[in-house]
Design a protein around this ligand. Structure first.
Ligand code: NAI
Length: 335
């Protein structure tokens, strides 16, 4: 039998952890032939939650689950890891300035980057879920100089899935018929969900929207006034309705991100925040969301897409925010 894949999940005692662990162990993430070993990393306050989840994982008798271990030491938790899902983060609390938030998270993602650098497997892949996800990924990557930069990613697949879900009923197709939608930029309210290259059942989404909504102007109005803000602010809408932030959908998007990264994209491209190589004018080194395909287990930024003035502007706004975040962590001496 193949050696199990070692997966380290931080914040494993939290809400997303609880929604994520059982789907990983069921095989939803890496397929029905891959055994998994789960390393659950928590801080002391979260250890009982992680230990409880570990008991329930045992009780589920998953055939693919080879081992579960709970840690409070990052060095031990990341030793030999093939896949690091960095979910635990310091949330923004009342009165906290952005600089405080970035600094508090640098205190988490810096040492975790170092632990990954020191002990992870050569093929390690990293997904940052904990917010501010893009800049936390940048910090982790900066502390792991021996790990190739393209192994560090941040999750924007939830935004991508939200965009698909908003689009499908309006276009009148199942989500599975829609392809080549893009989330650009930061996982924040400045993100740009872009349908310019998207198709549904082989037809241009822009044309289908114009047909269904009564013309190109109406389609554009729907995109700008309804679709883009609804997707970008969906997190706040979920909090408003549920009284708690998105959890199961965030876990599901994490499963999708890793699944496609490891096993390959099919049916067009998807969206992920990856370290920029300068594509589309996004400054090199920023962790920004792009249209990506996974080829041979590596994300490739889809090249050669035409951007109109509107798209260019929206991308520039979100990238400027990422640059501000990088400048802030640099000014604090954190990267
Ligand atoms: P939660 O508060 O339920 O769980 C977070 C867990 O992380 C807690 O158990 C906490 O003890 C643990 N933790 C904190 N610092 C840690 C450290 N240094 N090492 C290990 N564990 C640590 O929060 P929830 O709902 O699970 O969300 C987790 C993060 O995911 C938040 O930052 C949230 O904003 C983010 N998120 C990101 C999304 C995305 O699309 N990128 C979507 C939804 C949430």
């Amino acid at each position: 039998a193949k050696k199990p894949i070692t997966i380290t999940i931080t914040g494993a005692g939290g809400q997303i952890g609880y929604a994520l662990l059982f789907r990983i162990a069921s095989g939803a993430m890496l397929g029905p032939d891959t055994q998994v070993r789960l390393n659950l990393l928590e801080i002391p306050q979260g250890l009982r939650g992680a230990e409880g989840a570990a008991l329930e994982l045992h009780d589920s008798a998953f055939p693919l689950l080879s081992h579960v271990e709970v840690y409070d030491d990052p060095t031990a938790a990341f030793r030999g890891t093939n896949l690091a899902l960095l979910v635990g983060a310091r949330p923004r609390t009342a009165g906290m300035e952005r600089g405080d938030l970035l600094a508090a998270n640098a205190g988490i993602f810096g040492p975790q980057g170092e632990a990954i650098n020191a002990g992870a497997a050569d093929d390690v892949r990293v997904v940052v879920v904990g917010n501010p996800a893009n800049t936390n990924a940048l910090i982790a990557a900066a502390h792991a100089p021996d790990v190739p930069a393209d192994r560090f990613t941040a999750l924007t697949r939830l935004d991508h899935n939200r965009a698909l879900a908003q689009l499908a009923p309006t276009v009148g197709t199942p989500v599975s018929d829609i392809r080549d939608l893009t989330i650009w930029g930061n996982h924040s309210a400045t993100q740009f969900p872009d349908v310019a290259h998207a198709t549904a059942g082989g037809q241009s989404v822009a044309a289908l929207l114009a047909y269904r909504l009564g013309g190109p102007d109406a389609a554009r109005e729907w995109l700008v006034d309804h679709f883009i803000p609804r997707v970008a602010k969906r997190g706040a809408e979920i909090i408003e309705v549920r009284g708690s932030s998105s959890v199961a959908s965030a876990a599901s998007a994490t499963i999708d991100h890793v699944h496609d990264w490891v096993l390959g994209t099919s049916n067009g491209w998807t969206s992920a925040a990856v370290v920029s190589d300068g594509s589309y004018g996004v400054p090199e080194g920023l962790v920004s969301s792009f249209p990506v395909e996974s080829v041979d287990g590596a994300w490739r930024i889809v090249q050669g897409l035409e951007l109109d003035a509107f798209a260019r502007h929206r991308i520039d706004v979100s990238v400027a925010e990422l640059q501000d975040e990088r400048d802030a962590v640099r000014a604090l001496g954190l990267v």
